[in-house]
Design a protein around this ligand. Structure first.
Ligand code: SAM
Length: 222
């Protein structure tokens, strides 16, 4: 795994060309992984990545020098297979598992948890349970990092939704967008469990309505 440039990371998904081009475009245009890696910087807790897709974030974590144990879960078995293949091909120390977060509890874990661009694709009535399960798995020093659009009537949210609909239409996603969580709902779930959280835009130069939410146990952040 010597070359960890974005181009080299994308090439780890070859010969699957759609995954290769997806990774090239994603890494060139979306600041998500750099932003989330920054939010995890200095935290040594293992990471459970809920809705990990093809596992791109695991590769970016290592590029950022973050060596914590990584386990990714997703309900799309083809993406999990692709994640495992790319990891094996490149010697990436990460594990992956097929789990449907709308129906099953995430695996046992004690550490940090990430939930990146996932909530809009699961039924809204499962949001509280998924975020609650993530909080259950948070170590005292762990960080819960969520990247998500927030439910607000903005042009940005309409653009975000349109792209999510398009992703479903061309087959990248196995589900279309339903509802984005509201900031008030997230704050309520955190407050009830004794977490404090920060909310910051994480969209770079994209036209999307994307936020970086970092929640920790009160007094738990290093
Ligand atoms: C936009 S992708 C984000 C992938 C990854 N988190 C990232 O940022 O690179 C959303 C992911 O959520 C996954 N997903 C949707 N519904 C899910 C469910 N019920 N259980 C687990 N994963 C789900 C999809 O399969 C997809 O990989």
């Amino acid at each position: 795994m010597s070359d960890a440039s974005p181009a080299a990371i994308a090439a780890r998904f070859l010969p699957n060309r759609p995954h290769y081009y997806y990774a090239r475009i994603k890494l060139a245009t979306d600041p998500i992984y750099d932003g989330v890696a920054g939010a995890l910087d200095g935290c040594h807790a293992p990471l459970l990545d809920l809705g990990c897709g093809i596992g791109l974030f695991a590769h970016m974590l290592r590029r950022h020098g973050i060596r914590v144990p990584y386990h990714g879960v997703d309900n799309d078995a083809r993406k999990i297979a692709a994640a495992r293949e790319a990891a094996a091909r490149s010697g990436l120390d990460a594990t992956f598992e097929t789990v449907d977060l709308a129906r099953e509890a995430p695996p046992a874990h004690h550490g940090s948890v990430s939930l990146l661009d996932v909530l809009q694709f699961v039924p809204p009535d499962t949001h509280a349970g998924i975020v609650g399960a993530a909080i259950d798995r948070l170590a005292p020093e762990g960080r819960l990092v969520i990247r998500t659009g927030l439910q607000r009537e903005t042009v940005r949210l309409r653009v975000t939704r349109a792209v999510d609909v398009f992703s479903r239409w061309w087959g990248w996603m196995n589900a279309g967008p339903q509802r984005y969580p509201s900031r008030a709902a997230l704050e309520g779930w955190f407050e009830a469990r004794g977490l404090e959280a920060t909310f910051e835009p994480l969209r770079g130069r994209t036209p999307f309505e994307n936020w970086l939410v970092v929640a920790t146990h009160r007094g738990g952040r290093a």
